[in-house]
Ligand binder design. Structure first.
Ligand SMILES: C[S@@+](CC[C@H](N)C(=O)[O-])C[C@H]1O[C@@H](n2cnc3c(N)ncnc32)[C@H](O)[C@@H]1O
Length: 386
């Protein structure tokens, strides 16, 4: 709620103060609705390991520092940091080098539920800093120092040349803001009647594309200062296979169909005005491979070791695919876990509840098609200094 008791228009306040996945451990929380991301990340581990194999090993007296950007809250980030550090330990051991100490930074926007994340963090091995062999054999413990770093990855977060590995998955498609022109009635890019760019006009899509390019350029600029010379970066974000940005692929099906229809229901039922709906836009852009490549090449600091579109699979993880109700609920919970916080801020908790009930109802009646058609593609990039 805004201080005056009314609800706020998302575009009125800085998105980065508000944006986060749904915290806690409830039914619609990100922690409980990110199994698909976990599966997709596991299917890309071989790409991640290729990136890690390129990282230069430090002398043992310099800490080895790893960052997960857009870590969110839940087990996914803990799993991946564990994979990265274990892989690097193996590399040190097979090179016959003494192990350095490891630090992991969990970074996300300030509203992220760091509390839930820190509660999930295993304890530091009691003998950390003593014999590494003993420490590694202490199961259920972590073999790295941990810290949370709040802030936007579109800007600086770390000291110059301090980081060996940057990892960021399923986060870079989030824009730093909804392009102003998309919510400006006087603009040709005004996204009238829509809450996402899937199926929008070319000028709205171009405004989103421009915002994505600006944001990714800011991200690369910051990392080019923070990464150590021999470091590497592994980046994954939602992507699309079509050249046309008004076809947002899997993201388009998620936010451009039943979700859009549910917003329209609220308008038709007189629960919100059409203007209220039009003022809400999902700040996500799924780039094409070329969109991504153009920004990296224009920036110029990074060599592309790998850049490809990878089929990630469905965001819906269900026990009984034949149970339409379960599919509908999974769809609504997926939408809610990633956009619920923004919706609550825009129309308040009660109307948000109404919206997601309608999303669930609509998705339930299209369960079969959703299971068949809802597939995510990801842009996978491995970068190091040119
Ligand atoms: C879908 S979650 C991905 C979480 C996690 N990487 C995983 O694999 O499950 C996207 C995360 O990106 C974060 N995010 C979005 N924009 C960001 C920004 N500008 N700076 C830092 N984090 C951001 C969101 O807050 C959210 O936690």
């Amino acid at each position: 709620m805004a201080p005056n008791g009314g609800t706020v228009v998302v575009s009125d306040i800085k998105l980065e103060k508000l944006l986060c996945m749904k915290g806690g451990k409830g039914e619609a929380s990100y922690a409980n609705n990110s199994q698909a991301q976990a599966l997709h990340a596991r299917s890309m581990l071989h790409f991640l390991e290729e990136t890690l194999d390129m990282v230069q090993l430090n002398s043992p007296d310099v800490p080895f520092q790893v960052v997960d950007l857009g870590c969110s809250s839940g087990n996914n980030t803990l799993y991946i940091i564990d994979v990265i550090i274990k892989h690097m330990i193996k590399r040190y051991e097979s090179s016959g080098l003494e192990l350095p100490e490891f630090s992991a930074f969990f970074s996300d926007l300030p509203s992220n539920d760091f509390n839930t994340l820190f509660q999930l963090l295993p304890p530091l091995a009691a003998n950390y800093g003593g014999s590494m062999q003993e420490c590694l054999s202490t199961s259920g413990h972590r073999n790295y120092f941990a810290a949370g770093v709040p802030g936007s990855f579109h800007r600086r977060l770390f000291p110059t040349r301090s980081i060996d590995v940057f990892h960021s998955v399923f986060s870079l498609h989030w824009l730093s803001q909804v392009p102003e022109s998309a919510v400006d009635k006087r603009s040709g890019a005004y996204n009238k009647k829509r809450v996402f760019i899937h199926g929008a006009s070319e000028s709205t899509a171009n405004a989103y594309k421009h915002q994505f390019q600006t944001d990714l350029a800011g991200f690369l600029r910051a990392r080019s200062q923070e990464m150590k010379r021999g470091g590497s970066m592994f980046l994954v974000c939602l992507g699309r296979t079509s050249e046309d940005p008004t076809d947002q692929g899997g993201a388009g099906l998620l936010f451009g169909t039943h979700y859009q229809d549910a917003w329209d229901d609220l308008v038709q039922e007189g629960l919100i005005t059409s203007e209220k709906r039009d003022n809400f836009n999902i700040p996500v852009y799924a780039p094409s491979l070329q969109d991504f490549r153009n920004v990296v090449e224009a920036h110029g600091s990074f060599a592309i070791n790998k850049l490809e579109v990878f089929k990630g699979g469905s965001p819906l993880v269900v026990d009984c695919p034949d149970n339409a109700k379960e599919v509908g609920r999974a769809f609504a919970n997926t939408c809610r876990s990633v956009s619920g916080v923004l919706v609550d801020a825009h129309i308040g908790d009660q109307l948000s509840e109404e919206l997601f009930l309608r999303v669930e109802r609509r998705a339930t009646s299209h369960a079969k098609v959703l299971l068949e058609k809802l597939q995510f593609f990801h842009i996978v990039a491995s970068l190091s200094f040119a």
